[in-house]
Design a binder for this molecule. Structure first.
Ligand code: PLP
Length: 422
């Protein structure tokens, strides 16, 4: 008897073993629009993943696409390093008018290489240069990127092991609620700072996510963030907020730290800043920290001008008034009520949920359940991923432009998947 092996695809024969999302979602995608993705066999998927937060305004948003097509059609500059271009000027003006000025934020804008980890590397370098110290404090379950500096302040043991060398000059402290309220906020951190025998080198900065996206949708309380900002100010440490995943409106306000009323010294943005899924990132800092020498930090792809065009269009379209923020909060309440119903339907699963704006996590007593549910959602036509150190949290990240009908539909699929896996 001859056994014929199924044909291996070019993805399996040529692409590296490092590939990952394509394993959980084993199909070949072809087109995408708004909150839907379509595979080459004609199946439709509702997207509650949004490019890991890079597609807050949906796929191929028609307003942004028009601006991009017009720019390309007239041979606008595509690659510009850090040359001044009309596209960069238009972006900086929109960013100043719609984001910085209305919030009274004084930040200077730096364009590092176009990925999130580039923005984090620039932030860490700048903090170390300003303070003349090496040590950076990060938090348990933090995620800041895959390059070595960012990995050194990232919690996940699997990702850290990939570095292959010691990751140094980063010290983890407990994130909000890590010790389940048994210890007063920052007791340990403050004690280490004041004790000359603690072994903690004086930190240049503290880097934090207000909501840990990859770490399991852990939401810091506003009062915890204010306590952290106060500690940083008192102890002469810079406060870096990594808003790469939670910025650009994901939690409601344009910046996720607005709700806490704090003004970080340095902020990183990427993912949805271009609005269209095009690579772009920013490191923002208070003007007095702008001690860079010209060219001291650079990168060939800093000047991704098509990304500047879609970024400006996104800011002009969605951030000229408070409409997007208001809508995100309202849609977030809709998600909350569905998750509450799912948890109530299955008391023996010990489900808990948490989130802000349009980022939510659903966790079960059985840590293996989230992955099964995400796999079942895929079969039912919903793209949803898991997060947390053991992939124990179902992570909901719909587009901010998803309609209430899209949200209802996705949450109903999720409820069915939970039922099927319970
Ligand atoms: N920082 C945060 C908070 C992130 O969520 C991510 C990516 O998920 C990064 C940094 C790294 O961004 P990138 O993958 O674009 O390097």
């Amino acid at each position: 008897m001859t056994i014929t092996q199924p044909d291996l695809s070019v993805f399996e024969t040529v692409e590296s073993e490092v590939r990952s999302y394509c394993r959980g979602w084993p199909t070949v995608f072809d087109r995408a629009r708004g909150s839907r993705m379509y595979d080459e066999d004609g199946h439709t998927y509702l997207d509650f993943f949004s490019g890991a937060g890079a597609l807050n305004y949906g796929h191929n948003n028609p307003v942004l696409k028009r601006a991009l097509l017009d720019y390309l059609e007239r041979d606008g500059v595509t690659h510009g390093l850090d040359m001044s271009t009309t596209a960069k000027r238009a972006f900086l003006e929109s960013f100043q008018n719609h984001v910085l000025r209305p919030r009274d934020l004084p930040y200077k804008v730096m364009f590092p290489g176009p990925t999130g980890t580039n923005a984090v590397e620039a932030a860490l370098k700048l903090a170390r240069k300003v303070k003349g110290r090496e040590s950076i404090v990060s938090f348990t379950n933090a995620f800041h990127g895959m390059s070595l500096g960012s990995l050194a302040v990232t919690g996940n043991a699997f990702k850290r092991a990939g570095a292959g060398i010691p990751l140094v000059h980063g010290t983890p402290m407990p994130f909000d609620n890590y010790l389940e309220g048994r210890v007063p906020d920052f007791l340990w951190f403050e004690r280490l700072l004041e004790d000359q025998g603690s072994g903690l080198n004086r930190p240049a900065a503290v880097i934090v996510e207000t909501v840990q996206g990859e770490g399991g949708i852990n939401v810091a309380r506003p009062e915890w963030l204010r306590g952290l900002a106060d500690l940083c100010a008192r102890r002469d440490m810079l406060l870096i907020v990594d808003d790469i995943q939670m910025g650009c409106g994901r939690t409601g306000g344009f910046f996720s730290f607005e709700e806490a009323g704090i003004v970080p010294d340095i902020v990183t943005l990427s993912k949805s800043i271009s609005g269209y899924g095009l690579p772009m990132s920013l490191t923002l800092f208070k003007p007095e920290l702008d001690v860079w020498a010209p060219g001291e930090h650079n990168g060939t792809f800093r000047g991704n001008n098509p990304a500047f065009v879609t970024a400006a269009a996104a800011l002009d379209t969605y951030w000229a008034d408070g409409g997007m923020e208001h809508q995100t909060r309202a849609h977030g309440e809709l998600v909350r009520s569905h998750l509450s119903a799912i948890a109530a339907e299955h008391p023996r699963l010990g489900a808990t949920f948490r989130g802000r704006g349009l980022v939510w996590g659903l966790e079960f007593a059985d840590k293996g359940l989230a992955e099964k549910i995400a796999a079942r959602c895929f079969e039912l036509g919903l793209l949803i991923e898991t997060s947390g150190p053991e992939s124990e949290v179902v992570k909901l990240l719909p587009a901010l432009t998803a309609t209430p009908d899209d949200l209802d539909e996705g949450l109903r699929i999720l409820a069915r998947a939970v039922r099927d896996c319970a």
